[in-house]
Ligand binder design. Structure first.
Ligand code: HDD
Length: 693
């Protein structure tokens, strides 16, 4: 990922510019443009007298303030957006007629909103939850919204269950506890009564539920869609986003601590990366199934609780999205962004996935309430980059001034304009799938296997990932008060794996599962394990702890190596006052112990020097080292800094050898003694950071 300091604004960014204003050097006015002489004293009848109704400035200022909140999203309330563009690598003419997928030279503007699902707008970023990954493509055919998540499946198969599910996972209605958490009775009661959720619960309780960064998670369109080419040939498709930085997660202990230390951890990370020119990149992948193969699988391809294992249906990488611009105003852009699955362009179509069909109703409906009427498509962030023409009129906050007296079709006065166009001229034509059947409230039998893929997921996890899942069950189900529900959880997950269920039972004080797992799934899908992802140290953040008398030469060498390989470091000291090296060089700390913590960093480096004596006497230093070590993150120490490690948990492992000037690396602790030249150390340390943990 190259650092790109400046890129041309996209067509969408230019369109937004027309709506932006700057306030520098301007006179204060009312909303009517009248200059204001005083905005700190209300108009009164006498110095100590009552405020006067006539004070139009007071009334306008206060009324606007009183009305400045809109309803938060009913789910995905907390989110953060960024602008960018998408480019296809090769023309996809064979697969689809969607124009934005034809020409590698075209940069299609995008706006992406990442989110958590359950918490309110002000909740912490690092809670255990699904992450929303919603992308609006502003194409020349109109807007296409890919409204996905960071997990490839969902909790249920039919959208009609969504309100029940959301009511169960949101804070309980009597006391609004707990915030942004699945660890409570009602959610698990819903789970045991809806066994189709088994697979998704495995994903939620895995490391995928606590991503290290929005830049380090995958995105999935979840549903099976259709791609249709110019000849009318259709194929089934699933959409994937693959992050160039790989897929990485926090540990649960880190996530909980960060929620207190920096609740904005994920949004700050995205904001900072874009500001530094380290533009997050995601490749678009497609899984394609031919219509003739629809029934060739041991799962129903319309079932949103199932993946198409990548080993069975490979992901074809077809293009790349780059996020290169932060929003200017959170409310105007992120908060007012309105996504809708029904925003498609010719060449992209739907299937009969019953979850998808229900979503097609919900999104437009919710925006009408949240954004206050039918004209939310005119809000700058939601406008397509092509002009729209139709006979829709009026409604709250209409911005467009539609001229002329005709607002109906067909009409003779304006020769039927605006006129529908046939498919070949770009008019959207729904794929003519043949459907036949009785009206029934049932689900196809082919949707009935709720456990095989949950087992496949479990089988595919590395030992560390399995351990994390078990611990997650202990926390989540351990927080359930009603033991009958907890027992049912164990019985339900015994159908995924008997040992898993036994381990869960042990941790939450209920009986081991009565029956042995009947499923015989032994397959694995290596693509499901985060251990098999891209590993790079680029853009990672390293804490450097210093005190008076540190070795400046060592710090300098390490910083240069970091810079060359795209890592960042922040210097942390006891206070924010300048710190002097032994040779008299001064460094301004970026943070003090008071406003930093090991959980905010990917690794820790301690240079040598006389400062080790001071550092060893600080509790904060030891806490920092111990936490970094406990979270299995790399620790680098050079020369005298090794002495500090002996008073910490690192002492439990071998972290030094007897060879002068040789790098020693064990379990992510990288050290060197009696060395002035740190080239090899730097490389070993950066390699350890690239391994993530
Ligand atoms: Fe949804 C928001 C993703 C199922 C109803 N959903 C929302 C957002 C994302 C998703 C990313 C936030 C959009 C934004 O950033 O503004 N939702 C999903 C995925 C699902 C899913 C990947 C399963 C595959 N959703 C789902 C169902 C329903 C909804 C089954 C209802 C039938 N979702 C909504 C909603 C929201 C929403 C109520 C709340 C705010 C909004 O739409 O704009 O309509």
């Amino acid at each position: 990922m190259e650092k790109k300091p400046h890129e041309e604004p996209t067509k969408k960014q230019k369109q937004l510019d027309d709506f932006k204003i700057d306030h520098d050097g301007k006179d204060l006015t009312t909303d009517q443009g009248t200059k204001v002489s005083n905005t700190s004293e209300s108009l009164k009848a006498g110095e100590r007298g009552p405020t006067i109704m006539e004070d139009f400035h007071f009334r306008e200022k206060m009324t606007h303030f009183d009305h400045e909140r809109i309803p938060e999203r009913v789910v995905h309330a907390r989110g953060f957006g960024a602008h960018g563009y998408f480019q296809v690598y090769e023309p996809l003419t064979d697969l689809t007629k969607a124009k934005f997928l034809q020409d590698p030279n075209i940069k299609t503007p995008v706006f992406v909103r990442f989110s958590t699902v359950v918490g309110s707008r002000g909740s912490a970023d690092t809670v255990r939850d699904v992450r929303g990954f919603a992308t609006k493509f502003y194409t020349e055919d109109g807007n296409f919204d890919l409204v996905g998540n960071n997990m490839p499946i969902f909790f249920m198969q039919d959208a009609i269950k969504f309100p029940d599910f959301v009511h169960s996972i949101k804070p309980e209605p009597n006391n609004e506890i707990p915030q942004a958490s699945a660890a409570h009775d009602t959610l698990w009661d819903w789970v045991v009564n809806n066994q189709e959720s088994a697979h998704m619960m495995m994903w939620l309780l895995s490391d995928r539920g606590i991503p290290r960064s929005f830049r380090m998670m995958e995105g999935f369109g979840v549903h099976t869609f259709r791609l249709v080419n110019a000849q009318g040939k259709a194929r089934f498709v699933k959409f994937h986003w693959k992050p160039k930085l790989g897929v990485h997660s926090l540990t649960w202990d880190e996530a909980q601590k960060i929620a207190g230390k920096d609740p904005d951890f994920n949004r700050r990370d995205l904001w900072d990366a874009i500001n530094k020119g380290e533009y997050p990149e995601f490749e678009l992948g497609l899984q394609i199934i031919e219509e003739e193969q629809e029934f060739d699988f041991d799962f129903d391809i319309l079932d949103a609780t199932k993946i198409w294992p990548e080993e069975q249906v490979p992901v074809k990488i077809v293009g790349k999205m780059t996020l290169n611009k932060n929003q200017d105003n959170f409310f105007a852009e992120t908060e007012q962004a309105a996504f809708h699955l029904g925003n498609v362009v010719p060449g992209i179509d739907f299937t009969n996935d019953p979850l998808l069909q229900g979503r097609l109703f919900s999104y437009l409906d919710t925006q009408l309430l949240r954004l206050g009427g039918p004209n939310f498509h005119e809000i700058p962030i939601n406008r397509p980059v092509v002009q729209y023409y139709n006979n829709q009129r009026d409604g709250f906050h209409r911005m467009t001034i539609d001229r002329g007296k005709v607002a109906y079709f067909p009409n003779s006065i304006r020769n039927n304009y605006p006129m529908p166009v046939q498919g070949k001229d770009g008019g959207y034509e729904h794929y003519q799938e043949k459907v036949e059947g009785r009206k029934v409230r049932t689900r196809s039998e082919s949707f009935n296997d709720h456990f095989s893929q949950a087992t496949l997921f479990w089988n595919s996890m590395s030992p560390a990932e399995k351990k994390h899942i078990i611990k997650a069950f202990h926390f989540e189900v351990g927080s359930v008060m009603d033991k009958k529900i907890s027992q049912k959880v164990v019985d339900m997950f015994s159908q995924v794996d008997t040992n898993l269920a036994r381990e869960i039972a042990k941790g939450i004080g209920v009986s081991a599962p009565a029956t042995k797992n009947k499923t015989k799934i032994t397959d694995t899908s290596p693509a499901l394990s985060q251990e098999n992802t891209v590993k790079t140290a680029r853009t990672r953040k390293v804490a450097v702890i210093l005190d008076e008398g540190f070795n400046y030469n060592e710090l300098k060498q390490v910083k240069i190596a970091f810079q060359q390989q795209g890592l960042h470091c922040e210097v942390i000291s006891k206070t924010l006052s300048p710190v002097n090296s032994a040779a008299g060089d001064q460094v301004d700390p970026d943070k003090s112990f008071a406003n930093s913590h090991s959980v905010m960093y990917d690794a820790l480096y301690i240079p040598g020097g006389q400062h080790i004596q001071n550092l060893t006497s600080y509790k904060e230093t030891k806490d920092f080292v111990n936490d970094t070590y406990a979270h299995a993150k790399p620790i680098g120490a050079t020369n005298e800094a090794l002495d500090l490690l002996s008073s910490t948990l690192v002492n439990n492992i071998a972290y030094t050898n007897d060879h002068q000037g040789e790098v020693y690396s064990n379990l992510g602790v990288v050290t060197i003694k009696d060395a002035t030249e740190l080239k090899e150390f730097n490389q070993a340390f950066i390699n350890a950071i690239s391994q993530h943990r």
